[in-house]
Write a protein that binds this ligand. Structure first.
Ligand code: ASP
Length: 468
């Protein structure tokens, strides 16, 4: 006899035939079929069909159940026979003959139907994201995301990597976007920057002697959102000391190959080892540095990974040289001599991992000598004084036994989007922003009131004209 208080998850009911169980969850659907009422009960891990038949003293109450209400149902697990078996759900071989029903919290009619694949307005979905997340598809995306991150952690932990957290309130790290700035109350007029990536910290951790670091890192970049871009996103950020490009690429390839084979056995990994193309070859052959190498470009179950290597160190815009990757990227050793004469021609040690036409991650070997780093800053037009103010800590750290090092940072959101066959990274992030960078549920960004502004020592230049 089941203890009155013990709980069974709906997913475990097929193993409990003949037993009386207590189930807790949400009324996913209800069908009044004449004398019999069927309730599909949903919990965090699945659902099961519950039957209230004619003689059931709770039948009438069940008939009036409102969708999405929270209930406790007690009942006996019975095997379904013949046509009653539902092959579409994992618990489809059983059903629950209810002997008890308790409404724990009645739900109002939700603003949209949960679990229907009808298109719901994006704004409405995000305003009620906690309801949207009840949808099987989105729920499954987040469960798989957890598994993927768990797999990554185990894979790296087994290879002597250490997971280390780095600050969120920091100083700017250039990754080619604008910084989000957070005003300091104690130092009015000064700001923290939210990290565009943990790039500088991970390099400093190499100087600190950790040798193999990773972090499931949140990165913030103030740039326009689009389907595969959000103001904040997650990277698997990793860095290793005493490695070659080859070491980083091999580790990355092994990680994603094993991940796909273990967690997505039905997907087809196209070419192994992953094809490698230099940036110049990719542009020449595919007119893109993130070519889609699938045989059938419409088949999301084909996974065509590739590495693009030998990116130029700089790109030129309006006559000015900018870092193609970031200013800490090392040139190829045989190219260093060209820095003084034709810097725009210098090839770097940076590489991208691409998948089905998307850039999944970038990385490189890094500069670890102060003089070379200083030279690259100069070429980028960062004078010695500015370099000292902005990156003095890096130049200094490189003086104290900085090992050669390199790494990569695959984006978790884009990878999940492709693995889950989703068209947009919002579908694999629990609480994303709209494509205009707003969170309709929390109402962010919020206008700061006068008291807050004054406490922060800030004054607005003009009346707001772009209310979120
Ligand atoms: N920090 C780089 C990025 O965010 C990745 C790396 O170089 O490891 O693209």
């Amino acid at each position: 006899m089941t203890d009155k208080h013990s709980r069974t998850f709906t997913a475990d009911t097929p193993q409990k035939i003949g037993e009386t169980v207590n189930l807790y969850g949400w009324v996913h659907a209800k069908r009044n079929m004449g004398q019999i009422v069927f309730v599909d009960l949903r919990d965090g891990f699945g659902r099961v069909q519950v039957v209230f038949d004619t003689q059931n003293s709770f039948r009438e109450q069940a008939e009036g159940l409102k969708p999405e209400s929270v209930v406790k149902i007690t009942g006996q697990v019975v095997e379904r026979q013949g046509k009653a078996i539902n092959a579409k759900i994992p618990t489809g071989k059983v059903e629950i003959q209810a002997t008890g029903l308790e409404i724990l919290n009645e739900s109002e009619t939700p603003p949209f139907e949960i679990g229907q694949d009808k298109a719901v307005d994006e704004e409405l979905r995000l305003k009620y994201r906690y309801l949207d997340l009840r949808h099987d598809r989105i729920h499954a995306n987040l469960l798989m995301r957890h598994q993927v991150v768990n797999f990554i952690r185990n894979f790296l932990n087994e290879r002597k990597f250490t997971e280390i957290e780095t600050p969120i309130l920091t100083a700017p790290t250039p990754e080619g976007a604008r910084d989000y700035m957070v005003p300091s109350r104690k130092y009015a007029g000064s700001f923290y920057a939210l990290p565009q990536s943990p790039q500088q910290y991970k390099q400093l951790l190499m100087v600190a002697g950790f040798e193999r670091y990773y972090q499931i890192a949140r990165c913030m970049r103030d740039e326009d959102s689009r389907g595969d871009r959000q103001p904040e996103f997650t990277q698997l950020d990793l860095e290793m000391s005493f490695v070659t490009e080859e070491d980083v690429l091999q580790l990355t390839e092994e990680l994603v190959t094993q991940l796909v084979k273990t967690l997505y056995p039905d997907k087809k990994l196209l070419q192994q080892p992953f094809p490698r193309l230099t940036y110049a070859e990719a542009l020449k052959k595919y007119k893109s540095d993130k070519p889609d190498l699938r045989q059938d470009k419409n088949n999301p179950d084909e996974l065509a990974f590739a590495f693009i290597t030998d990116f130029p160190l700089f790109n030129k815009e309006d006559g000015k040289l900018n870092s193609e990757h970031h200013p800490f990227t090392a040139p190829k050793p045989d190219q260093i001599k060209l820095l003084d004469t034709v810097p725009e021609k210098v090839l770097s040690t940076s590489y991208d991992l691409v998948l089905n036409g998307y850039e999944i991650g970038s990385g490189s070997l890094r500069i670890h000598e102060p003089a070379l780093q200083q030279k690259v800053f100069e070429i980028l037009g960062i004078d010695a004084k500015t370099a000292q103010t902005k990156f003095g800590h890096m130049l200094e750290a490189f003086k104290y036994g900085a090992p050669p090092h390199g790494g990569i940072a695959p984006g978790i959101d884009r990878l999940m989007m492709l693995l889950q066959n989703e068209p947009n990274i919002r579908e694999v992030i629990a609480f994303p922003k709209t494509d205009k960078g707003r969170d309709p549920m929390m109402g962010s960004p919020i206008p700061a009131d006068t008291d807050t502004l004054s406490e922060l020592g800030l004054q607005l230049k003009q009346t707001r004209n772009s209310k979120p």
